[in-house]
Design a protein around this ligand. Structure first.
Ligand code: SAH
Length: 272
């Protein structure tokens, strides 16, 4: 049931979405007239609410991806299709100790907090104080007081202060500058993940990973997600899609020199 402090997503007949935080005696104004928050409070999600001028809205609790597209942004936020791959291919698990940089608007941070759960920990580095403040607001608006989060106003290129880390996730322009710091902070067997929009960045990052001889295997891929239109006889792909967002590089840190494995690299890849 909806209660005071909950977020509610209101969807009109034209599929326009509005996100509100429910307050006692609060009001939501739209071109279809006001809606009283009290009409939503105490009701089950999935109900239809009518505004003063007879406009109908479907009221749901927002999914995390609904919330992220509506929250205020500073930097470009990560796309859900990329988050999905980071969480699964990067194997971010409940209880994991994860380092993230940079925090940006906190979109990826929100997903990581949920993936690691209350037994895990997300330590997020952001060099800009103003972005950090904005991210904190976005995060608290969704999770209130997250006990599994540490936000740090720090340049991660200068070092990582924590050790015994399970996963390191980098969404910043020069991730190769972080590689030397991962050697002491990331556990052997741990995973490093980097999101990179351009090819020269991949080349540089992979080359630097290889130079350490401490990462294997190193996988690089991208995800294209195409929506389909399904209406009676018209069943076809949508005309437009978000094709390029970023490439994902994922590698595991190992204890010793990788030379032993190099010849079997192709074999490893064909297993998936
Ligand atoms: N993944 C974020 C978006 C990150 S955008 C999200 O989903 O919202 C990249 C962020 O990295 C920017 O906020 C930028 O200020 C930060 N950044 C860039 N270089 C950095 C560094 N050396 N240390 C910490 N943060 C950095």
């Amino acid at each position: 049931m909806f209660k005071v402090g909950d977020l509610a997503l209101l969807i009109d007949r034209k599929d326009r979405k509005y996100l509100i935080k429910l307050k006692e005696n609060g009001k939501f104004s739209s071109h279809l007239g006001e809606i009283e928050h009290n009409d939503i409070l105490g009701k089950e999600e999935g109900i239809l609410i009518e505004s003063k001028l007879g406009g109908k809205y479907l009221a749901l609790k927002p999914l995390l991806r609904d919330y992220i597209v509506k929250m205020p942004r500073g930097a470009q936020v990560i796309y859900p299709k990329d988050v999905a791959n980071i969480i699964i291919w990067g194997d971010v698990f409940p209880g994991a100790k994860v380092i993230e940089a940079g925090t940006g608007s906190g979109a990826l941070t929100l997903y990581l907090l949920r993936a690691v759960g209350l037994d895990g920990l997300v330590i997020s580095y952001e060099q800009r104080e103003d972005f950090l403040q904005k991210a904190m607001k976005n995060i608290k608006n969704y999770f209130e007081e997250p006990k599994n989060l540490i936000l740090k106003c720090k340049d991660i290129y200068l070092g990582i202060e924590e050790d015994d880390i399970d996963r390191i996730i980098l969404d910043l322009p020069e991730p190769w500058k972080v590689i030397p710091h991962t050697l002491n902070s990331l556990k052997d067997g741990g995973v490093i993940i980097s999101l990179l929009p351009t090819v020269p960045q991949i080349t540089k990052f992979v080359e630097e990973l290889n130079n350490t001889k401490r990462f294997y295997p190193i996988d690089v891929f991208e995800t294209m997600m195409r929506y389909w239109n399904v209406k009676q006889q018209s069943v076809r792909p949508e005309h437009f899609m978000v094709s390029h967002t970023a490439f994902i590089v994922i590698a595991r840190k190992i204890n010793k020199d990788i030379s032993f494995f190099e010849s079997s690299l192709e074999h490893w890849k064909t297993e998936y």
